[in-house]
Design a protein around this ligand. Structure first.
Ligand code: SF4
Length: 256
């Protein structure tokens, strides 16, 4: 007997829904985003250093390393010319040392093969050592203000909760679908894409966090497909936690 195919899921985001989501998200970001040094620059080298440092590492840990690394290697050429041990010394304590080796290899490659110019298109960026799909999207949109999507763990979680709770963001097929959603949400211009991608990441880092999403302060509850379920669960928990009344009933519990 022929195997039954799983029902196909329509993950099209209507243009109106995408626009409403973006409007709320960008408005929130303008008021609540953190002032981070890599948001003050469009220098592709500095963006690249920050993105590689931020892989699997929290912002608070990266801040000092980022400043010190750039003091020692202020541009691509100073990094390319450095001895490997000096680069590893500057990375010491940050962990995941393959990132430092890749960054060094990238600097050597770009300075010798590409006239010291870090490419601006995601497809060319992906050919560089240590640059995956996320980092390519990040450098293209944050350094060059290109209209390029990005999906890291935080963004995947946000998009899954808001638009596709049925997907598993940790599975290959789920992640692929989330990239398609991220592309549908992109604003029209590269300049606004900078804000959009930063805002998605910031929402995932500060509000739609992994364990306990902070829906009470979230700007996109009206767009979020997961919010009604979480809201109902919170209401139920609050009812269960309410102290019993004199008659032994819980305040807020149904009386019928
Ligand atoms: S409403 Fe809650 S689950 Fe939905 S995006 Fe906001 S924080 Fe995340």
């Amino acid at each position: 007997m022929a195997k039954r195919r799983p029902p196909s899921i329509d993950l099209t985001v209507a243009p109106d829904a995408a626009m409403a989501f973006r409007r709320r998200l960008h408005g929130w970001f303008k008021k609540h985003s953190r002032d981070l040094p890599w948001r003050q620059t469009r220098d592709p080298y500095r963006i690249l250093v920050s993105e590689l440092m931020l892989q699997q590492t929290q912002v608070s840990r990266v801040l000092d390393f980022y400043r010190r690394f750039l003091d020692r290697f202020p541009d691509l050429y100073s990094l390319a010319d450095a001895r490997p041990k000096k680069v590893m010394d500057a990375w010491e304590g940050l962990g995941y040392y393959a990132r430092a080796r890749n960054l060094h290899a990238l600097a050597k490659h770009v300075t010798t093969e590409q006239d010291g110019v870090i490419p601006s298109e995601p497809i060319a960026l992906r050919a560089l050592p240590g640059v995956g799909a996320y980092t390519a999207g990040a450098v293209a949109s944050f350094a060059y203000e290109k209209r390029a999507a990005l999906v890291d763990t935080n963004v995947a979680r946000v998009l899954q909760r808001v638009f596709a709770p049925q997907l598993d963001p940790k599975s290959g097929p789920g992640l692929k679908q989330l990239w398609l959603i991220a592309e549908q949400l992109l604003p029209r211009t590269g300049k606004t894409t900078w804000t959009h991608n930063q805002a998605l990441m910031e929402l995932g880092a500060l509000v739609c966090t992994a364990r306990v999403p902070r829906c009470g302060i979230c700007p996109v509850t009206a767009d979020c497909a997961t919010f009604p379920r979480l809201e109902a669960a919170a209401a139920l928990a609050a009812t269960a936690d309410a102290p019993p009344t004199r008659k032994g009933k819980r305040r807020g519990a149904a009386t019928g």
